[in-house]
Design a protein around this ligand. Structure first.
Ligand code: SF4
Length: 358
C-alpha cells in the first residue's frame, strides 16, 4: 500500500552532479523503494523563469537529466517521470492560483530575494513569471494532490506558500463541498548539502563538481583538486578535518565526502589525519576509489538506457500520459468548484428540457 504521494522536480540542467544526487535523487530512490508514489517532473517551464532567452539546450539537457534519474535508480514501473510543459494543466492551475496570492506575499519569499541577489537582478525589473514561480510550484504540487514534498531547508517557505494556497482555495470555493486540495507537508532531505570540491557551493558553472556519469579517471582528476586543510603540508603535520572558524578554514572537503560515502571509515581517517599519520594525496586517491565504486552502478545503468533512446522516450511519454490523467481529474474538480464549466450550466431563458423542439 502507498505511504503517500511525493511530487518533486528539477530544472533540466543537463548531466547531474554528486550534489544533485545527495540533495535529492538519492532520497527519491529511497522513497520509491519504501513504497511512496513518486511523481518526478522535469521542470522546463521553471527553467524559463531565469533563463528564457536561450532555450537551445532545453531538450538535450532534459534527456541528459532523465538518463541520470534512471541511472540513479528511478524505476519507471514504480515512479512517474514527466515533463511539465507536456501537461498543460500546470499552466491552467497556475493562472487560477495567481488570483489567490498577493504580490507582497511573493516578494517576501526568501529564495526569490536570494536569486535576485545571486543573479544580480534588479528587483524592479524581474519578470512577472519569475515573481510568480512559487505559485507555479504550488500548482505543480497540488495538481497531483501530493501529500509530501521532499525539500532542502531553503525550499520550506515554498511548501508553506503551497499550503496557504490550498487552504485559501478550499476556503473560498469549497464551503459547500469536500476540500479539493490536501495541505502537503515538507519532508526534509536528511543529508541536504554537499559542498563543491573547492569548498564553495557546488555548481556546474563553477566547475567544482563530480558528475554522476564521470568515470574513475575523471573522478580522480577532480578529487585531486579538492580543498583540504591548507596548514597540512607534510603527512606528519597534524591536520584538521573539521572547520576551524578562527582562521577561516571551512573544513576538509575530502573528509566531508568520506563522511557521506564512507561513513564507517570516516572517523578513523579523521584520527589518522589529526595524529599526522595520513597524507592528503593517498587519502584523496582512497576517496576517489570509493566514489568511483559508489557511482559505478549508476554510470552503468545510465549507459544501458543511453543505448536505447526509443525506450527512454517511451518512458517519458508514458509518464506524461499518466501525469495528464491525474492532473485532469484534479482540474475537473477545480473547474467545478469555481463554476468554470459553462457546458454544465443552464442557459438563462432556455426552454425547460421537456419543452425543447415542440
Ligand atoms: S589527510 Fe585527508 S582528512 Fe586530513 S586534511 Fe588531508 S585530505 Fe583532509
Amino acid at each position: 500500500m502507498s505511504r503517500g504521494r511525493i511530487l518533486s522536480g528539477m530544472r533540466p540542467t543537463g548531466r547531474l552532479h554528486l550534489g544533485n544526487y545527495v540533495g535529492a535523487l538519492e532520497n527519491w530512490v529511497r522513497l520509491q523503494n519504501e513504497g511512496w508514489q513518486n511523481f518526478h517532473m522535469v521542470a522546463d517551464w521553471h527553467m524559463l523563469t531565469t533563463g528564457y532567452e536561450d532555450t537551445s539546450r532545453i531538450q538535450s539537457d532534459t534527456w541528459d537529466m532523465v538518463l541520470d534519474w534512471l541511472g540513479a535508480g528511478i524505476d519507471p514501473e514504480r515512479s512517474v517521470i514527466f515533463v511539465q510543459s507536456q501537461v498543460k494543466q500546470h499552466a491552467e492551475l497556475h493562472l487560477l492560483f495567481s488570483m489567490l496570492v498577493s504580490k507582497a506575499r511573493l516578494e517576501r519569499i526568501p529564495t526569490l530575494k536570494e536569486q535576485i541577489r545571486d543573479l544580480h537582478l534588479d528587483e524592479q525589473t524581474i519578470s512577472y513569471g519569475h515573481l510568480g514561480y512559487s505559485v507555479l510550484q504550488a500548482a505543480d504540487i497540488l495538481l497531483y494532490k501530493a501529500t509530501h514534498v521532499p525539500v532542502g531547508e531553503d525550499q520550506v517557505p515554498h511548501v508553506e506558500l503551497t499550503r496557504e494556497i490550498a487552504r485559501r482555495f478550499n476556503f473560498v470555493y469549497c464551503q459547500d463541498r469536500e476540500p479539493v486540495f490536501p495541505e502537503p507537508e515538507a519532508q526534509l532531505t536528511a543529508f541536504a548539502r554537499l559542498r563543491g570540491l573547492d569548498g564553495s557551493r557546488m555548481s556546474k558553472s563553477v566547475g567544482n563538481t563530480i558528475l554522476l556519469s564521470d568515470g574513475p579517471e575523471d573522478i580522480l582528476a577532480r578529487v585531486k583538486q579538492a580543498y583540504t586543510d591548507p596548514k597540512k603540508i607534510r603527512a606528519t603535520d597534524p591536520g584538521r578535518p573539521e572547520a576551524d572558524p578562527n582562521d577561516g578554514h571551512g573544513g576538509c572537503v575530502v573528509w566531508e565526502y568520506h563522511r557521506k560515502f564512507n561513513p564507517a571509515g570516516a572517523e578513523e581517517i579523521a584520527r589518522q589525519c589529526r595524529a599526522g599519520e595520513l597524507a592528503c594525496v593517498p587519502d584523496k586517491k582512497h576517496l576517489a576509489q570509493i566514489l568511483a565504486d559508489a557511482l559505478a552502478p549508476i554510470r552503468e545503468r545510465r549507459a544501458r538506457y543511453a543505448k536505447d533512446p526509443g525506450l527512454v522516450r517511451d518512458i517519458v511519454e508514458a509518464g506524461n500520459r499518466r501525469a495528464r490523467e491525474v492532473a485532469e481529474a484534479t482540474m475537473e474538480q477545480v473547474r467545478e468548484a469555481m463554476n468554470l464549466e459553462p457546458g454544465k450550466a443552464e442557459v438563462p431563458g432556455a426552454a425547460p428540457h421537456g419543452e425543447r423542439g415542440r
